[in-house]
Design a protein around this ligand. Structure first.
Ligand code: MTE
Ligand code: HPA
Ligand code: MOS
Length: 749
């Protein structure tokens, strides 16, 4: 089954926020943001801007009737700055004008004076100065400190991984329309309709039921719209509340790049200890997360880093700590992997460092420590149905690693200016929101009297094809053809109190709710069908638009059953709620069973480095991935390919740069290198691992959105391998991304 959006996507007919037909009296918003990273606002003059013809009003925090607060986890983020600004790009005011062009002109006329204060841009500096978002978190297993004393080999070092721009094709935006009695309807490009609704209500000082959020689909989110789609919708709503006219605000790319947060840069320190058999006995790690100027989702992301600090390895003694460091950058936020990739980069670096010092192949240490059944994670969960070694061994065998290695060695012996490198990258990723209370979803199903079906869930379609998966679940469970089922927009009046579409768990959570609702409808319809067919209820089967009784050998169409149900006044609507069973986590002990299950996989990455220029090509990435029993292999393979490209980009060419003054330097697509077709792997081979799947996954089809991003980490280590072949004296560095400039320096230093 194809993605149900492919037809309209291809023809340019799919609707996004900016495609909605606007009401004639629509006004346009634009943010005026801070031109300094930290300081006291000594004066602002809006008079000249406000006097411009076509400017309706400039809103500031003084116009807020509720609370000037949009912090989700910690209330530390004003919608609009009051006396102080804390990052370059922080919203201060909202210009509403008759056109976008007028608003833009007005923005240039606002005069501001800021008394500058000292700026922190790096996590390390923040730690030295004691600038934190919250208290640090720490996971412990065994006693790492004691165990290290007994280790034969001990290595320590630093690593750095940089941020990453989400670069969703559709920029942030919202369209807010006044309805009756002070109610407001907002179409938003958000992964979290309920958080938008909640924050609008809080800032406007009204109840949530007065605010309706509708999401058609997103032109990509990648985590960047889990929390940071909220402010723009809230601003438009504040203006609607007072002007009683529709207000639209779509950010242009420049403004979006400057004002929104990104993947968190991490500065980390590790100590790893191995015994004589290369078993990792102890691992100590300190993560410094560059959180930016407000909490946003940083505490949750920090937590997921700890959950993934040992990646796919069993380590009996672990001591990990993460500090969310407060800096004067835009608040960094969710990005595919949600802190997991940052954690995994450090353990892979530690292993690479150990292998280099011991003069052995990195994969020997990796392989000696792979997770097996009943191993304990540092957070107390016992690993079950572990497929780690299965993916690793299958990858080695199916892709003939020995041949890849011998051909690589042959190439390297024959070539002076080009060197090839290889790496193996195992992944183990936990599925569920790490915050247990968020793991729930609902579905609302209407069967219309002609037999067609409308499905509403809390899931947001953002290109990951969750709507197609929901449609598959409904059509399969009801036994009707896919063209009878329609996926409705995601709307807070139909499905309330949703968790954001995130954590790769959207299809699992919402899909299980769809399944439950459809099963309940079928139970009701079976009674009707048994009656009509004069058959035993136990023999009734719904399949391919036909309802039949297996033993009695009689059949009737789906439509006839629905028509009969209507006459009998049977409810053709069902609402179902699903909450992941068995998961729990105790934050006071930092132990529990937070994940429904884990996703496993192994990637072999092959690269060629041009040793005169420092440039490189990703020749191939060969993956064995644990999809469980994939319900849609086309979609799932697409997710692996997309995530891989994004992961490679993060590790290689994408480079976020801020000046010492806290200004974003990589503030345009001319200064931020986006992975394109030339930087993508020349060849991507994906073999689905043969397994039984997992009951906790929807139709045993495992979550796939985020885990494969971390295969991209393999690119870093394959490049490093090639560098080391060319320049054996190179002292390894773990400082991502591996831009061609950095590669060149490594080749000759
Ligand atoms: N794929 C596309 N095409 N666009 C996206 O924005 N977001 C990713 C992933 N795949 C994303 C995507 C992220 S960050 C997550 S958490 C999951 O999809 C969310 O959807 P799921 O829970 O349905 O996998
Ligand atoms: N993953 C993704 N998004 C989230 C999570 C998580 O674990 N928790 C809160 N938002
Ligand atoms: Mo994804 S980072 O959980 O939106």
């Amino acid at each position: 089954m194809k993605n149900i959006d492919s037809y309209t996507h291809l023809r340019g007919e799919s609707l996004f926020v900016d495609d909605i037909i606007t009401r004639q009296d629509t006004l346009y918003g634009l943010v005026f943001d801070s031109p300094k990273a930290h300081g006291k606002i000594s004066s602002i003059n809006y008079a000249i801007a406000e006097a411009l013809e076509g400017v309706i009003k400039i809103f500031t925090y003084k116009d807020i009737l509720g609370k000037n607060q949009i912090g989700g986890i910690i209330p530390d983020e004003p919608l609009w700055a009051e006396e102080e600004v804390h990052f370059w790009g922080q919203p201060i005011a909202f210009i509403v004008a008759e056109t976008e062009a007028i608003a833009k002109k007005a923005r240039a006329l606002i005069e501001i004076e800021i008394e500058e204060l000292p700026i922190i841009t790096t996590a390390r500096e923040a730690k030295e100065k004691g600038s934190f978002i919250n208290a640090p978190r720490s996971f412990r297993l065994g006693n790492a400190n004691e165990a290290l004393k007994k280790c034969k080999h001990i290595f320590e070092g630093n690593t750095f991984s940089n941020g990453q721009e989400h670069l969703y094709l559709e920029t942030q935006g919202a369209y807010a329309v006044p309805m009756e009695n002070g109610n407001i309807k907002i179409t938003s490009s958000t992964q979290g309709p309920t958080s938008v609704q909640k924050m609008v209500a809080q800032v406007l000082g009204v109840s949530m039921h007065k605010i309706e959020i509708d999401v058609i689909r997103l032109g990509g989110g990648f985590g960047g719209k889990e929390d940071q789609a909220t402010p723009w919708a809230v601003m438009a709503a504040v203006a609607v509340q007072q002007l009683k006219k529709p207000v639209k605000y779509i950010l242009n790319r420049h403004d979006d790049l400057r004002m929104t947060g990104k993947r968190h840069p991490y500065d980390s320190t590790y100590k790893i200890g191995l015994d004589e058999h290369l078993k990792i006995i102890a691992y100590e790690v300190e993560f410094l997360q560059n959180s930016g100027a407000a909490a946003d989702l940083s505490p949750a992301i920090a937590e997921r880093t700890l959950f993934h600090a040992t990646n796919s390895y069993y380590i009996p003694n672990v001591s990990s700590i993460v500090h969310s460091c407060k800096t004067n950058l835009p608040p960094n936020t969710a990005f595919r992997g949600f802190g997991g990739p940052q954690g995994m980069f450090v353990i892979e670096s530690a292993i690479a460092r150990a292998a280099d010092a011991l003069k052995i192949d990195k994969k020997i240490i990796q392989e000696a420590n792979l997770l097996v059944e009943n191993d304990t994670f540092s957070y107390g969960q016992i690993a079950t149905k572990v497929e780690m070694k299965n993916t690793w061994n299958t990858a080695k065998k199916q892709f003939n690693l020995e041949k890849i290695e011998s051909e690589t060695a042959k190439f390297n012996a024959a070539n002076t200016n080009y060197k090839k490198g290889i790496s193996l990258m195992p992944i183990t990723f936990g599925i569920s929101f790490t915050n247990t209370p968020m793991n729930h979803a609902r579905a609302l199903i209407h069967i219309y009297q002609d037999g067609s079906v409308g499905v509403s869930t809390g899931a947001v379609e953002m290109g990951q094809s969750v709507n197609t998966k929901m449609l598959q679940v409904a059509s399969q469970t009801l036994g009707i053809s896919p063209n009878k089922v329609k996926l409705e927009t995601t709307n807070t009046t139909r499905v309330a109190n949703t968790s954001p579409s995130a954590a790769s768990a959207t299809a699992d959570l919402n899909g299980k709710a769809v399944l439950k609702a459809c099963k309940a409808l079928i139970e009701r319809l079976k009674v009707i069908a048994a009656n009509l067919l004069n058959a035993n209820i136990e023999h009734i089967v719904f399949k391919e638009d036909v309802v039949f009784a297996t033993k009695e050998d009689v059949a009737i169409s789906w439509e006839e059953v629905i028509a009969a149900a209507m006459l009998k006044r049977v409810a053709l609507t069902e609402n179902a709620h699903y909450a992941t069973p068995t998961i729990h986590f105790d934050k006071t002990k930092e132990k529990g069973h937070p994940f429904a299950y884990h996703v496993y996989g192994t990637a072999i990455t092959q690269v060629t480095v041009d040793c005169m220029r420092g440039t490189y090509e990703i020749d191939a990435v060969k993956i064995v991935h644990d999809f469980g029993k994939s319900m849609n292999l086309g979609i799932d393979i697409g997710q692996v390919e997309g995530a891989l490209a994004q992961g490679i980009g993060w590790m290689t060419i994408e480079e976020i740069a801020y000046g010492k003054d806290g200004r974003l330097l990589s503030n345009a697509l001319s200064t931020y290198k986006v992975p394109d077709v030339f930087s993508a792997a020349k060849k991507v081979e994906i073999i689905p691992l043969e397994t039984q799947g997992n009951e906790m996954a929807i139709l045993k089809s495992k979550a796939v959105g985020e885990p494969p991003l971390m295969y991209g980490i393999g690119a870093y280590f394959a490049i490093q391998h090639a560098i080391k072949v060319f320049n054996p004296k190179h002292k390894l560095q773990f400082h991502a991304p591996y831009t061609p400039e950095k590669v060149l320096l490594s080749l000759y230093k």
